[in-house]
Design a protein around this ligand. Structure first.
Ligand SMILES: Cc1ncc(COP(=O)(O)O)c(C=O)c1O
Length: 381
């Protein structure tokens, strides 16, 4: 554990609390609540004894059925073709399970950098090695570099699309190439897609798990945290290769036995409402995103903002010699705006910051962006 980085959110959270009035563009959460139908379904379920008992490890049947239909209709993943489904207590747990199922100590997992910090942490906690491979200038995966990073210890390549922390939506062609690379080398592809609905403009989400034959070596991970405002309910799910069923069941049984039943019932009701639930919020986020990008453009060329067409993040490069943690601290203390330093996401060369714009109402984001632009202009300008 000593080798694993400390989670950044509580560190930034403490700085924010020490500076009252700070606007946080730090944490990657949405500002809206779950659908009312999900809350009502839980209310009804509380009167049933089965809600209070252990249920099957993989998930309650009504949720698994809705997940099956959703994956087929929306993602093109037909789980009857050689995959299994598992509901987990959030997408992070699905990732940890996947790593535990496929690795021995000392194995390597390739991450595209910048990476999602909990992925690196989970890999290290499994006594494995996270191998960072830099993405290109648009934060898209570089297939040749990924190929060059594969060794006899490599067990998987991880992709996150739409991406946290960059907001990049990975090209379908690159995802197909990464998936083919995994097939060619007999390794797994772990595709983490919690932001699947969060795309803007012409960007389209593509699930690598839909590629014919991919089911033998592809994990497709999803979460209700963002789409349905469900972060505290802790529900995610994944499709995974059927030959891993025994391993996955052992892991699930040991770690959580079964995901919280009341949350699963809420999740089934949320999936009945469907993706249309988040569409009004997405339209709002699209406007907020435009505003964030246009405010940042005032800082060009000192601040570079690669294309960010998904999730609710952008990952900016600041042309300064100040280290990113110092910059983040000064932005909080002196300008009352919080963002996350790029080092958290594996970017140790250069000064990068992640801006998250999903958690706040438009006017608050606008105020926060005003402070950020002023702060960056004065500190790093
Ligand atoms: C890329 C990525 N994967 C997984 C998660 C975890 O989501 P959950 O709340 O479902 O554990 C997040 C949350 O921020 C994320 O950004």
């Amino acid at each position: 554990m000593d080798a694993v980085q400390a989670p950044i959110i509580p560190v930034i959270g403490a700085l924010i609390r020490a500076t009252p009035g700070t606007i946080s563009l730090g944490q990657g959460v949405v500002h809206y609540a779950p659908p009312q139908a999900a809350i009502d379904a839980v209310g009804q379920a509380l009167g049933k004894h089965s809600t209070h008992e252990y249920q099957p490890a993989a998930g309650v049947p009504q949720l698994l059925e809705r997940v099956r239909v959703k994956l087929l209709k929306e993602n093109g993943i037909d789980v009857s073709r050689g995959s299994r489904l598992m509901v987990t207590a959030g997408g992070n747990m699905a990732f940890c399970h996947a790593i535990d199922a496929i690795t021995s100590a000392g194995d390597e997992i390739i991450l595209n950098t910048p990476f999602y910090f909990n992925h690196e942490m989970a890999i290290q906690m499994a006594d494995c090695v996270a191998v960072p491979v830099a993405t290109d200038d648009a934060y898209q995966p570089r297939v040749d570099a990924l190929r060059a990073a594969i060794t006899s210890r490599t067990r998987a390549i991880v992709t996150v699309t739409p991406n946290n922390p960059t907001g990049a939506v990975y090209d379908e062609a690159r995802l197909r190439a990464v998936n083919a690379l995994c097939r060619e080398h007999g390794i797994y592809h772990i595709s983490d897609e919690p932001y699947e609905y969060f795309t803007y403009g012409s960007a389209r989400h593509f699930s690598a798990g839909s590629i014919p034959g991919a089911e033998a070596y592809t994990f497709s991970l999803y979460s209700l945290s963002k789409a349905y405002g469900f972060a505290g309910w802790r529900i995610g799910y994944m499709s995974y290769p059927e030959h891993l069923e025994e391993a996955m069941t052992k892991i699930q049984d040991t770690v959580v036995i079964c995901p919280p039943v009341a949350s699963q019932i809420a999740a089934a009701a949320a999936l009945d409402v469907g993706r249309s639930y988040c569409e009004p919020y997405l339209r709002e986020l699209a406007e907020v995103r435009e505003m964030v990008l246009s405010q940042l453009s005032a800082l060009a060329p000192r601040v570079r903002v690669p294309k960010a067409e998904g999730a609710f993040y952008c990952f900016v490069k600041v042309d300064t010699s100040i280290d990113p943690m110092t910059l983040a601290e000064r932005l909080i203390r002196e300008y009352k705006v919080a963002v996350l330093p790029g080092t958290t996401f594996g970017m140790h060369e250069g000064c990068y910051l992640r801006i998250a714009y999903g958690a706040l109402q438009k006017a608050t984001v606008a105020e926060g962006m005003g402070r950020l632009v002023k702060g960056l202009g004065e500190i790093a300008g």
